[in-house]
Design a protein around this ligand. Structure first.
Ligand code: DGL
Length: 249
């Protein structure tokens, strides 16, 4: 199966990492809209327009499935993309909610959702959680974590002050944290450390693998996956990041 993976920038590589670990696809074509990242501060119409343009890009490749490895796109543009696509388009929000349910079935659990401004504004996660009966949830737009990850600051002072800025006022440790942005797994260790490893972390990459394995037939696994990386700006930079994050030769 040939899959397309789309993100606003490099964050979706955290999803590619999970897809590779589970050997799901023969070929992965990645597109990061690095010229226009971040999407998370843009409005709905712009996010939809950019996402439809990305969909046009993937039409050059005869993909069997498109994964929008971006929570912001998944929260706003999925329906439009599905309307214009010849193949299935899967987002990361629904898989994230289902993964949360599997990891923390207690509907009294205290859930913290982290995302971009746009994702938090959409209430996409809250709606999904409420449908499953979860009532104790809150969301924080941890917007600064996106450029921090794009800068490669996965540890250190800048990251720690951002975490303190966003979480310093929380009264209680959450039982679970939804990393509702595909950039955030890159700083998951620091987030986990901030909460003393006491909260379950839900990661879009792992969530989508769970979802795919449930909905598609993956009897055949691929020891080797062909990877193609494209970006709307500085594709070399994206390839370098991919090499580092995915430990490619
Ligand atoms: N990786 C994107 C997400 O999952 C966010 C980055 C951005 O703001 O473009 O929402």
């Amino acid at each position: 199966m040939r899959v397309g993976v789309f993100d606003s920038g490099v964050g979706g590589l955290s999803v590619v990492k999970s897809l590779l670990e589970h050997k799901l696809f023969e070929e992965i074509i990645y597109f990061g809209d690095t010229a226009r990242v971040p999407y998370g501060v843009k409005d709905q119409n712009t996010i939809i327009r950019y996402s439809l343009e990305a969909l046009e890009f993937f039409k050059n490749f005869e993909i069997d499935l498109l994964i929008t490895a971006c929570n912001t796109v998944s929260a706003y543009a999925l329906d439009e993309m599905r309307l214009h696509s010849d193949c299935d388009v899967i987002g990361v929000v629904e898989p994230g909610v289902l993964a949360l349910k599997n990891a923390v079935p207690d509907t009294d659990a205290n859930i913290l959702i982290l995302g971009t401004k746009a994702t938090v504004r959409s209430r996409a996660y809250e709606k999904g959680l409420e449908e499953l009966g979860y009532r104790r949830h809150s969301a924080i737009a941890t917007t600064l974590l996106v450029p921090i990850v794009e800068e490669g600051l996965y540890e250190g002072e800048v990251l720690q002050s951002a975490l303190h800025h966003y979480f310093g006022a929380l009264e209680k440790n959450p039982d679970a944290i939804i990393l509702g942005c595909t950039h955030f797994p890159l700083v998951a260790e620091a987030i986990d450390g901030y909460f003393n490893q006491k909260s379950a972390l839900i990661h879009s990459g792992e969530a989508i693998v769970e979802y795919l394995e449930h909905h598609y037939d993956f009897t055949k696994r691929f020891e080797k996956t062909e990877l193609k990386f494209f970006a709307s700006e500085n594709p070399e930079g994206l390839r370098r990041t991919a090499k580092e994050w995915l430990s490619l030769d």
